[in-house]
Write a new protein. Structure first.
Lengths: 119, 459
């Protein structure tokens, strides 16, 4: 089943130099294991392909029901160098929520995940 | 004071400013809306130190966050008559001048006799930079590993991020207003807790708890409903938003709340969003005092607009301090034009091609040219999909490079497009884009033993 991150998580992002951090937080505790399992560094890296120049690092915070990503090379040099509107990475928090996860039906059903109609 | 009293004691630290430019009303509202013990004002961002350094070069009595003087005027009565203490990193690169400006304002307000200012210095490494380099402190760029010597002649400011110890010393010597330079944002909250509860310099878990409280408070209302994505439509009365307050206990637990009869919301989601803000490796949140483990933090609802935070652990600090160095790195300018329906996106794209061809024909060289289409793809890029039949698109184009004259010429190439480029263009009323000198940021580490802080008490 397709599940859109926007429907199961909220997020906040910020900057450190040329790196954006994106913290993704499950909207319900029972949805965190799904995010933990399926929102991998690889998925996020592919999502931002062509938009960031560096690798993606991933850290888990089970205590907060959250996963933190570092997107390296995301801010056109970062800080004062950047020419981007979002030079401080404030709204990566929203672009990450466009990710659509492919979750096995049984898992999605057990967790009560809302389905996302693609196409 | 008996142990029982310490165990029951609650210390209230209120956040009144999350950056230089934050809401001018917030400090006063925090001291008037209910009981608080400390008012914490965070003014400094990475870029701020270079701005204040430039101001100090023009006028040796400047070089600090001037908003702080107005903030102090708005809370003088609380400090003078009700014992509220203020802790602020408003000193920038000139904490002494900042303190003198506060004293002058206090004179006018007739409260000078009731102020005792603790002024923390020693973070400013600019006067010692060559001495430090000669002594073998390379101040290598933390990410690229390049030695500072590659940009030494362009350095504008250099400040070590200092921790809670000198602030605690100032409080112990009786200061009711503490002004620092480049203190870490989190130390401004942790220091008063260390002072009030007598936490030792190696009480790692408690120090880490103070740091987490500081992290939650350091961005002002961003923890109490501001910029909160979760359920944002239903966050009440943002016009009247209450800034966050930490009610801390001796055991390192604390409750985040806000004053009654204020807007915004303190909830587990609002606090959690702030916890993950600007986070790196959560297991190792490095500060000068302690390394906090953000995977240990427990948050729980504790009544309306109250969130209990507890269980925090930490470990020994590293032998280094982070140093924030700012250096001149060329020039940039960004300009915009608005194209309207029909075919707004196509017109904006054509204008972009025309402009780039003209820059090429002029032989102008830039390190980078960036085009964004605001309203279509500036924040989400290709993830946002095709433009569709949008009513308008803002073409936003920026350049950066080492040569000021090239950047200056770029700023003159935008306006002509209004008459000699694609049609249906407007929005040039703001005039020519502004040329900005780029002050870039060079993060480095330094052996803690090379940095000595001082506390002066001014009355």
């Amino acid at each position: 089943m397709h599940v859109r991150l926007l429907d199961i998580a909220h997020a906040r992002s910020g900057d450190k130099g040329d790196t954006a951090n994106v913290g993704v937080i499950a909207l319900r505790p029972e949805w965190y294991p799904v995010i933990k399992e399926y929102l991998t560094a690889d998925v996020v890296s592919k999502h931002y392909e062509g938009q960031i120049t560096g690798p993606v690092e991933r850290f888990e915070l089970p205590n907060l029901g959250a996963v933190n990503f570092l997107l390296h090379g995301a801010l056109d040099g970062g800080g004062t160098l950047s020419l981007k509107t979002d030079a401080q990475g404030k709204v990566y928090s929203t672009s990450v929520l466009r990710v659509v996860l492919n979750v096995p039906d049984a898992v999605a059903k057990a967790a009560g995940l809302p389905a996302f109609a693609t196409g | 004071m008996s142990d029982t009293n310490t165990q029951d004691k609650v210390v209230r630290v209120a956040s009144g400013q999350g950056f230089w430019g934050d809401w001018l009303e917030a400090p006063r509202r925090q001291v008037e809306g209910g009981q608080v013990d400390y008012l914490m004002l965070d003014y400094l961002a990475e870029v701020t130190m270079s701005i204040v350094q430039k101001q100090k070069e023009r006028d040796p009595n400047m070089g600090y966050a001037r908003d702080f003087i107005g903030a102090m005027e708005s809370v003088f009565s609380a400090v003078a008559d009700r014992g509220v203490k203020v802790i602020a990193n408003a000193g920038g690169v000139n904490p002494v001048a900042c303190a003198n400006a506060v004293l002058a304002a206090a004179d006018k307000a007739g409260v000078r006799g009731k102020l005792k200012l603790g002024v923390v210095t020693g973070d400013d490494l600019l006067p010692r930079l060559d001495e430090l380099l000669e002594a073998g402190h390379e101040l290598k760029h933390m990410e690229t590993g390049a030695p500072l010597s590659t940009v030494r002649d362009r350095v504008l400011s250099a400040n070590a991020y200092i921790g809670s110890t000198p602030i605690v010393e100032a409080l112990e010597r009786g200061a009711n207003v503490v002004i620092t330079g480049r203190s870490t944002d989190t130390a401004l909250t942790m220091a008063p807790l260390r002072h009030e509860f007598g936490w030792g310099a190696e009480d790692w878990d408690k120090l880490a708890a103070g740091i987490v409280a500081g992290h939650i408070l350091e961005c002002g209302a961003q923890a109490s409903g501001g910029n909160c994505l979760h359920d944002w439509r239903n966050i009440p009365d943002l016009a009247n938003v209450g800034y966050p307050i930490a009610e801390a206990s001796a055991d390192g637990s604390f409750v985040i709340t806000k004053h009654p009869n204020t807007g915004g919301r303190v909830s587990v989601p609002s606090v959690t969003e702030q916890l993950v803000y600007e986070m790196g490796d959560p297991k190792s949140y490095i500060t000068p005092d302690v390394v906090a483990d953000f995977t240990s933090i427990k948050v729980a609802a504790d009544g309306e607009n109250r969130v209990r935070v507890h269980g925090i652990t930490g470990g020994p600090a590293t032998p280094f301090l982070k140093v924030s160095i700012a250096y001149r790195a060329g020039y940039k300018a960004v300009g915009t034009l608005v194209y309207s329906w029909p075919d707004a996106m196509e017109k904006a794209q054509l204008a972009d091609r025309v402009l780039r061809e003209r820059l090429d024909n002029l032989g102008l060289k830039f390190d980078h040219i960036l085009t964004e289409f605001v309203g279509v793809s500036s924040t989400h890029g290709s993830l946002a999909g095709e433009a569709g039949d949008v009513p308008e698109v803002q073409l936003r184009i920026g350049v950066r490079g080492p040569d000021r004259a090239s950047v200056e010429r770029f700023t003159r190439e935008l306006a002509p497009l209004v008459l000699n480029g694609p049609p249906s263009v407007t929005g040039f009323a703001g005039g020519r884009p502004k040329i900005e000198e780029i002050v870039a940021y060079w993060p480095a580490l330094i052996d803690k033993r090379a940095v000595t802080t001082h506390v002066d008490i001014l009355e």
